[in-house]
Design a protein around this ligand. Structure first.
Ligand code: ZN
Length: 201
């Protein structure tokens, strides 16, 4: 229901499409933006346009990158046969901070969530399977979040990958259940990675 005139309502509508922003927050943010100086508003708009223009997703692992391949995929020093599967690029950052992992990543760009209508087809699962043979992957570590969606995704992938003959492991429990990887401290996450266990699927 449009309450405000043209451009204001457009702004509210666009903001309301952002994750976690409900109609009330969208209104509050819109009026905050309208109070900004023209310079500040332009800086925000430019940051969005520039990020969209220059940042894309790595063609191999779907992490964010500038160019075709991310720094991690392009790094020959990384162990090429172990893949850590995560939900989002921010999880790559969280795991990199632990300095416990020297392999490469695969970013699913989400997790299985029937409620939100997200199944394996909406995620980068097909691309994951296609990497396994050419990159001679021997272990896949399932590093999805320790919540319902993350566990469901890990279980789905374990069932899919185990028959293909590689080692499939899941990060150890000890992470706060129901939380996101990115909120775990480096030490806890590092230990969870070190204590990973083979998945029975
Ligand atoms: Zn990459």
């Amino acid at each position: 229901m449009a309450v405000y005139a043209g451009p204001v309502q457009d702004l509210i509508d666009e903001l309301g499409k952002l994750p976690g922003v409900g109609p009330k927050s969208a209104q509050r943010i819109a009026f905050h933006l309208l109070k900004l100086s023209r310079e500040d508003a332009t800086r925000l708009a430019t940051a969005i346009t520039e990020a969209k223009a220059r940042v894309s997703f790595c063609r191999r692992c779907f992490n964010v990158c500038e160019g075709e391949e991310c720094n991690i995929c392009a790094d020959d020093e990384r162990e090429p046969h172990v893949l850590c599967v995560v939900e989002e690029p921010r999880d790559v950052v969280a795991i990199e901070k632990t300095r416990e992992f020297r392999g490469r990543y695969h970013v699913l760009q989400g997790a299985i969530s029937p409620i939100e209508g997200i199944g394996p087809e909406q995620l980068r699962v097909k691309e994951l399977v296609q990497r396994l043979e050419p990159e001679d992957v021997t272990e896949v570590i399932l590093c999805t979040n320790p919540n319902i969606e993350g566990e469901a995704t890990a279980m789905y992938l374990a069932r899919l990958l185990k028959p293909l003959g590689m080692r499939v492991t899941r990060i150890a429990s000890g992470l706060p259940v129901g939380g996101d990887l990115e909120y775990a401290d480096e030490l806890t996450l590092g230990r969870a990675l070190e204590g990973r266990r083979d998945v029975d699927a």
